[in-house]
Design a protein around this ligand. Structure first.
Ligand code: URA
Length: 209
């Protein structure tokens, strides 16, 4: 059953690339290629509904009013694996500003602390896209969302490759209207908080760690 504001891409290229990403025998180069491709396609979905202005241009034949993206987009990858999503995203949104956030969780208290935090100015006309390939427990993204929401941007969206119901539920509880763009809503988290069936550790597989 569809979940409100969770947009699962049905593009055939997304499905194809996800199969390559999930396969444990996919090589490093193929993983990178399919990651860049799937992120490009997911970001293409994620700009739907943003503001476009009609601008005056001239085709070789006639003057024409034609749409041009007007919203200022800020992309915030969650370190480390969020960086992998930038390559696809930047091809589509070359003018967007980019912020970086790095969080680590205290194993005992489960409290997330920021070890890196560098954001561009977020203004009331900014659309902020927070991106992390694996939406697992949702803890890190939630921390980022709460901090960004205080700056009152026009809108916040999430782009992730694979998501778990546990993480979606947690985010939707606090941000019910926020749109989440993903390639797949998987089954569940295992005891180690990996997404099942998932694809393993995205950062390790993308960066060849
Ligand atoms: N992060 C990953 O890279 N993979 C998971 O399955 C969960 C979190």
């Amino acid at each position: 059953m569809p979940i409100k504001n969770v947009i699962i891409s049905n593009h055939p290229f997304v499905a194809d690339s996800l199969t390559h990403l999930r396969d444990k025998d996919t090589s490093l180069t193929a993983f990178r290629r399919h990651s860049d491709k799937i992120c490009y396609l997911l970001f293409a979905e994620a700009i739907r509904g943003l503001k476009f202005n009609q601008v005056k241009i001239e085709t070789p034949l006639v003057p024409l009013l034609s749409p041009k993206l007007a919203d200022e987009v800020v992309v915030i990858p969650v370190l480390r694996s969020g960086i992998a999503m930038l390559f696809g995203a930047m091809q589509l949104l070359p003018k967007s500003k980019i912020g970086f956030v790095g969080l680590q969780r205290d194993e005992k208290t489960a409290v997330a602390s920021e070890y890196y935090w560098k954001l561009p100015k977020i203004e009331k006309n900014s659309v902020v896209i927070v991106t992390d390939p694996m939406l697992a427990t949702g803890g890190s993204i939630l921390h980022v969302l709460k901090a960004i929401a205080k700056k009152k941007p026009k809108e916040i969206r999430i782009v992730c490759v694979v998501s778990a119901p546990e993480g979606i539920k947690r985010i939707r509880k606090e941000f019910p209207k926020l749109k989440i763009f993903t390639a797949s809503l998987d089954s569940h988290l295992n005891d180690q908080k990996y997404i099942v069936p998932g694809l393993g550790d995205y950062g390790d597989r993308y960066f060849g760690t």
